[in-house]
Design a protein around this ligand. Structure first.
Ligand code: ZN
Length: 101
């Protein structure tokens, strides 16, 4: 698993840690740290959470989060992350993009 990602030239550290139940991941925009719940380590689903938190990081770096309510930002992050995950990271998606047919 990657240890960091770079968003608009800013490095975000990726760590695994225990998060409150019901929380899969979080993005600390001030510290530039993405935390993913330990229980997801090694699962394919981890990419869905990482994508979601990356979108929060992008919103932070382009200051889009200041133009959106928290609810709206959550809705956008969820829907984009799910769509990208389904297309490129789900079993079906990986199969689809790795064949020449
Ligand atoms: Zn979120």
């Amino acid at each position: 698993m990657i240890k960091s990602i770079t968003i608009k030239g800013q490095k975000y550290k990726i760590i695994f840690s225990d998060l409150p139940s019901g929380t899969a991941g979080e993005c600390d925009k001030a510290k530039k740290v993405i935390t993913i719940d330990k229980s997801m380590e090694g699962h394919r689903d981890v990419y869905s959470t990482l994508l979601h938190e990356m979108i929060h990081a992008v919103f932070n770096e382009v200051s889009l989060d200041q133009a959106l309510s928290d609810e709206m930002e959550e809705l956008i992050a969820d829907n984009i992350a799910n769509a990208v995950y389904e297309e490129f990271f789900s079993k079906k998606g990986v199969k689809k993009w790795s064949t020449d047919e």
